[in-house]
Write a protein that binds this ligand. Structure first.
Ligand code: NOJ
Ligand code: CA
Length: 678
């Protein structure tokens, strides 16, 4: 009794001593009242909380900024006004994993104003959906805000429920984004890139990311203590991380929230928080598959450099064009086609020329040869991180591409993190930037806009992470930004069996990835075996979405496996609809997609190192219609370690009332075409 009285007394004293009590100043719910956000002011500091169905998801988390040239903006704030609105639209993706997207949210705009000397104002805007939310800061035009130099953003995410699972890769490390995924308790996360995905112990999946990263530095998340994460902006070379002039807005800080892991994948939150298409008609971009002079370079049986092993020769390219034409693949990527590859090009791009071909590569003849066969060259602009050197040539390069029918260009930024070379004036000093800092975010958009003028689509490797800008700039069609197939050529270790099941619930939540699937020979450099079965190579085409999909292996390897090649020929790269049938990060996933402008469905399922049998209820098929299921599965005794090529193709007649059993081998997968019958 005594103790209880004392405790009550202490609390009373503490509250009495506080000048301003924590108070909820505004709140907003999602359209179907699934999520609720509350804003509060606690002793002059702004904070927010998130609830799902009444249960706290994010406990009180602070907001604010540090500046290089002004006082911090995080204390002495008062809530001064608010406005709310509701929004509901449907919009159509020109290409994508689904055609029609609904964008339905309730918005709260809250203004906070300093009560002391400076009287600066800042708006925090929340858009709350049923499957997640985004919030951003808006700096209104005001005195003292015309040279804003942000040294840190203080946004926090304090996860309210115990979470013994987090899937993440480290941020701020030398290799940008190409790491194996960690699966740890949330309270063991260090400094992570977004998207980072967690599962709370009560079964909620939350993905933290950002949307519309424009003219700003990328947000990493650093764990401060317990389960509290804080924004950590990617560095800049000049002492600030972001420099802007008010009025401006930050990117959206996003949480996608679902009680199914698949709900994260099915959400359109990131796209919805981006601005609508600014390029108008982009029907000149054709989602398609492409082959390329590429895998040999990673196997080191050919070279990028000129000389006896040069891959990019006229004769070799014709061989790939013939193969592409025969099997209906639209593109042929050729790497090493241009000057600059002889010598050390890693992190050294100053010799690259994107307007001239090497003497043994007759680019004019090859584009004619391809055109006569319905095949387009896919361009390759490896910058070696000499990003300004690239910008100095890109208009001429894209004009050349346009003339030659090259309408997709893969770019590349191979160098260690923090080594992007910026040069503001020709011959001027080199400034070193981060792949995901403000300057490079702007660089990528300059490239995408310059390419759009020439009807060229862009696919950067060693990119900045995806934040949904394909909605606004639909010629930014794919990117790398994770460990792709190349790690099976030379990675130490190669990609583990769980890799795709990690990617789907982390990296892929950001947007399309140029993973470059489909290596049916299952061997890397010097015969290093893949940790994958053959069937799984086919499943990846459905599981890992991209509107451009490489058919990454060598023509001779495909010719030796016509049974597997048939699925790769058939599988589309553009979809009307996408459903996640089942899945658990790092363990397994099954995805079904309906082709655009057609009635066929395709299914891909992958597992980790464990064999599993997954149920596939076919309820997504049209009622009253029969389908031929063309099943490409692991053989009964398949195993990535001992028998990776064991592979069976079979067909069955099915309807929406059927449930298929998908038997997946260790490291295995399954691919199915559900062909609609008349
Ligand atoms: C790394 C890319 O991921 C790979 O696809 C490319 O072949 C090399 N850079 C050279 O540009
Ligand atoms: Ca790479």
């Amino acid at each position: 009794m005594r103790n209880r009285l004392n405790a009550a007394f202490v609390i009373f004293i503490a509250l009495a001593a506080m000048p301003v009590r924590a108070a909820t100043v505004a709140s907003i719910e999602s359209p179907d009242s699934i999520l609720r956000v509350e804003l509060d002011i606690d002793d002059g500091r702004m904070g927010y909380r998130v609830f799902r169905k009444g249960v706290p998801v994010i406990g009180t988390s602070r907001l604010g900024f540090l500046f290089q040239n002004a006082e911090q903006l995080q204390r002495n704030l008062a809530f001064t006004s608010q406005a709310t609105r509701s929004f509901d639209e449907t919009w159509e993706q020109p290409w994508g994993e689904r055609r029609i997207t609904r964008n339905r949210y309730n918005e709260l705009r809250a203004r906070f104003t300093e009560t002391t000397r400076l009287k600066r104002a800042i708006d925090v805007v929340f858009r709350v959906y049923d499957d997640g939310l985004g919030f951003r800061y808006e700096f209104p035009d005001q005195p003292g805000m015309h040279d804003v130099r942000i040294t840190e953003e203080l946004t926090e995410f304090d996860v309210a429920q115990p979470a013994s699972k987090a899937w993440w890769i480290p941020a701020g490390e030398w290799n940008r984004y190409e790491y194996l995924y960690n699966s740890t308790r949330l309270d063991q996360v260090g400094q992570a890139h977004t998207p980072i995905t967690i599962r709370t112990d009560d079964g909620l999946y939350v993905s933290f990311h950002e949307a519309a990263l424009v003219d700003y530095s990328s947000m990493w998340l650093r764990r401060v203590e317990g389960q509290r994460l804080r924004a950590q902006l990617s560095p800049g070379p000049e002492g600030w991380k972001v420099r802007r002039t008010a009025p401006f807005t930050t990117p959206w800080r996003t949480l996608t929230i679902s009680d199914r892991a698949g709900g994260l994948v099915e959400s359109s939150l990131i796209l919805n928080l981006n601005e609508p298409n600014r390029l108008g008609d982009v029907s000149w971009f054709k989602p398609a598959k492409y082959v390329g002079i590429w895998w040999t370079l990673h196997l080191e049986t050919q070279s990028w450099a000129t000389g006896p092993r040069h891959g990019a020769t006229t004769a070799e390219t014709k061989r790939y064009i013939d193969f592409a034409a025969k099997h209906g693949f639209r593109g042929v990527l050729v790497e090493g086609w241009n000057p600059g590859w002889d010598g050390q090009w890693f992190g050294n791009g100053w010799n690259f020329d994107f307007t001239k071909a090497t003497p043994d590569f007759d680019i004019e003849e090859l584009s004619r040869y391809g055109k006569a066969r319905g095949v387009h060259l896919v361009g390759h602009h490896e910058t070696g991180c000499a990003a300004s050197h690239y910008e100095q040539q890109m208009d001429r390069a894209f004009a050349l591409d346009e003339r030659l029918g090259i309408d997709v260009v893969k770019t590349g930024y191979v160098c260690d993190a923090g080594q992007i070379e910026r040069q503001d004036t020709i011959g001027g000093p080199i400034i070193r930037e981060w792949h995901d800092g403000q300057w490079n975010a702007n660089h990528h958009l300059r490239v995408v806009l310059a390419a759009a003028k020439h009807h060229v689509a862009i696919n950067p490797h060693e990119p900045i992470k995806d934040t949904g800008l394909r909605r606004t700039y639909p010629n930014w069609v794919a990117r790398e930004g994770a460990r792709g197939m190349e790690y099976n050529a030379w990675g130490n270790p190669p990609n583990p069996p769980e890799h795709e099941a990690n990617l789907v619930f982390t990296r892929m939540l950001a947007g399309p990835m140029d993973f470059t699937p489909g290596v049916v020979s299952l061997k890397g450099r010097n015969g290093q075996p893949f940790q994958s079965t053959l069937a799984r190579q086919l499943a990846d085409y459905v599981v890992l979405y991209s509107p451009i999909q490489m058919v990454a292996d060598l023509p001779e390897h495909y010719e030796a496996r016509p049974d597997a090649l048939r699925f790769i020929e058939d599988v589309p790269t553009d979809w009307d609809d996408t459903r996640v049938i089942n899945g658990e990060p790092g363990d397994f996933v099954t995805i079904a997609r309906r082709e655009r402008r057609g009635s066929d469905w395709y299914v891909g399922a992958v597992t980790d190192e464990n064999a599993r049998t997954l149920k596939l209820p076919l309820g997504f098929l049209d009622p009253g219609r029969a389908y031929e299921a063309q099943i490409y599965r692991d053989g009964d005794d398949a195993d990535w370690k001992t028998n990776p090529f064991a592979f069976t193709v079979e067909t069955r007649r099915v309807t929406r009332d059927d449930v298929l059993d998908l038997r997946l081998a260790p490291g295995g997968g399954q691919a199915i075409r559900l062909k609609a019958l008349r």
